[in-house]
Ligand binder design. Sequence first.
Ligand code: 8DG
Ligand code: MG
Ligand code: MG
Length: 141
Amino acid sequence: AQDQRPLVGVGVLIFQEGTTKCLVGKRKGPHGGGEYALPGGHLEYGESFEECAAREVLEEAGLQLASPTFAYAINAVFPASGKHYVTVFCRAEVPAGAQPRNLEPHKCEGWAWVEYASLAHACQPLFLPLAKLLDSPYRPH
Ligand code: 8DG
Ligand code: MG
Ligand code: MG
């Protein structure tokens, strides 16, 4: 139906420079609560993917991204809500010493650095878009 048309979400793979660890947080709230996801949010009117990535990461984790770049895209219908999202994933690196802050504690239990290769085991249950990214052919390294 028309009111079910897809929305665009942007998820951000933030790697600690010189490592293969990325930032993950456990979501709170009705949409994916209790599930592990990358920082991110809705693409706003007129925004580029990279602008959205930088804005959401600053809002949610207080990290400034120098130059996020497009990484991959997936398509997902959430079984619980029936909502259809196209998720655009961007990636960026932050200096090894950069520490995230949990700036939206009502939406996220906290941020942690996790090895990308162990996300599927270490971070269960996964938010559907992240599960799909991990199942995709995309390889960040
Ligand atoms: P916003 O409305 O402030 O922009 O977003 P938010 O408050 O940060 O909400 P969110 O739930 O974190 O993001 C909005 C939607 O974006 C989310 O409900 C589904 C979609 N989304 C994806 N993939 C990803 C992802 O990897 N991470 C996050 N955080 N959201 C994603 O489709
Ligand atoms: Mg968010
Ligand atoms: Mg947000």
